[in-house]
Design a binder for this molecule. Structure first.
Ligand SMILES: Cc1ncc(COP(=O)(O)O)c(C=O)c1O
Length: 387
């Protein structure tokens, strides 16, 4: 009786076309994957540099398991801390050009723990309307007053600051640097200027930018020449870095504070030796092998060129300056149909639908390891759908 509502709620989800379920990947990860026994070219991975199946990361993880075991058995402040965590945090701080860094179990827990630690009931949070769910959920958990500003709209952010900033003790501006479901970039330098003008903090989510943007792969902050400005950078170890976990990078005092106040870091088991060692190897590759990033950008440019080949019938995409390229679709059904067409053509690129995003779309992600032939096959399959 008490649980009957679950059934009717699921029916509503089905009716709206919002029902989601898992698909089993039956091969190792890479630019080609087997999904439930069928082979596809993979245009839906966040493994931008193809490191998640790199033998150097796998060997580092195996060696860490041999040395330390599979689990860390406790939280960092009790029995979970290892020298490997220190090494990874130093390596992240070196990549990001910050004084210090702190590793969490995931990017999601880095966001919710950090936001809840640095703002509370008397404070204000301003979110870009398209921010990732982990920033929004962290905002709600913090107890602060949460307002949105229009996507990447700086006059609107200024307006919100002018209207509301003075009524609150502290203010935190939150933004993705690469928007995960659109692929466009936040105007980070302008956001940081406004933050100085209105005495506010800024936390930038570099999940889809780390390893992809910037001269040394540090992300959007580096690419916008903002490395030495007062900003809190967070990200994930699970996308271009090829492992699992999350991090925050910033001043030594911020990291010291988070160790004492971030609940999702204090009250959880420390990151596993395997993930920590794999992430360390992934960052080392990002720092020393720029050719991976060069290949990724060659592929990004190639896909844009293919889409723009036919001047009279260009394929419409959201504007994108990253490895994420989205094709908008008018309805959920249209998005599902295009995704099915791509699957029939041997390409895996799922439809992204509400409630994850306000409007339906196909989200394509490029990898450094895609070949020119694979990119051409993708663009041919999309063209054949629209022609
Ligand atoms: C923008 C953004 N922030 C945070 C996260 C969370 O990172 P993680 O998967 O490590 O929890 C993700 C993706 O998963 C993301 O896309």
């Amino acid at each position: 009786m008490s649980y009957d509502w679950l059934q009717s709620s699921l029916k509503t989800i089905h009716k709206a076309g919002w029902y989601r379920t898992t698909r089993t990947i039956t091969s190792a990860v890479g630019n080609c994957i087997e999904v439930e026994g069928k082979q596809y070219i993979n245009f839906s991975s966040n493994d931008y540099l193809g490191l998640a199946n790199d033998s150097r990361l796998k060997n580092a993880a195996i060696a860490a398991i041999q040395r330390h075991g599979t689990g860390t058995t406790g939280s960092r402040l009790v029995t979970g801390h290892r020298a490997l965590h220190d090494q990874l945090e130093q390596s992240i701080a070196a990549l990001k050009g910050t004084e210090a860094a702190l590793v969490f179990s995931s990017g999601y827990s880095a966001n919710i723990g950090t936001i809840a630690a640095i703002v509370g009931k008397r404070d204000l949070i301003l979110n870009d309307q398209y921010n990732h769910a982990s920033l929004r959920n962290g905002s709600a958990l913090s107890g602060a007053t949460c307002l949105d500003y229009q996507h990447c709209n700086m006059p609107n952010l200024r307006q919100q600051l002018e209207n509301h900033r003075s009524h609150f003790a502290k203010c935190l501006i939150l933004t993705d640097s690469v928007f995960s479901m659109d692929g466009d970039l936040a105007p980070l330098s302008e956001i940081l200027d406004l933050a100085v003008e209105f005495d506010s903090m800024v936390l930038v989510d570099e999940a889809h930018a780390t390893g992809v943007l910037g001269r040394s792969g540090a992300g959007g902050i580096e690419a916008s020449d903002c490395t030495n400005r007062p900003v809190i950078q967070m990200g994930t170890l699970s996308k271009a870095i090829g492992a699992l976990g999350g991090y925050v990078a910033g001043s030594a005092i911020l990291i010291d504070f988070l160790k004492n106040r971030a609940p999702s870091w204090i009250y959880t088991t420390a990151l596993s030796p395997a993930d920590t060692a794999a992430a360390l190897a992934g960052i080392e590759i990002i720092r020393t092998e720029p050719e991976g990033r060069d290949n990724l950008w060659r592929n990004i440019r190639s896909l844009h060129n293919q889409f723009n080949l036919d001047q009279f019938n260009p394929i419409q995409t959201f504007s994108s300056d990253s490895a994420i390229v989205c094709i908008p679709q008018p309805t959920v059904q249209n998005a599902l149909k295009l995704s099915q067409h791509l699957q029939n053509s041997g390409i895996f690129a799922p439809a992204i639908r509400p409630p994850t995003v306000p409007t339906s779309r196909i989200r394509l992600t490029l990898m450094a390891t895609h070949t020119p032939d694979q990119i051409e096959m993708l663009s041919t399959a999309i063209r054949s759908y629209f022609s």
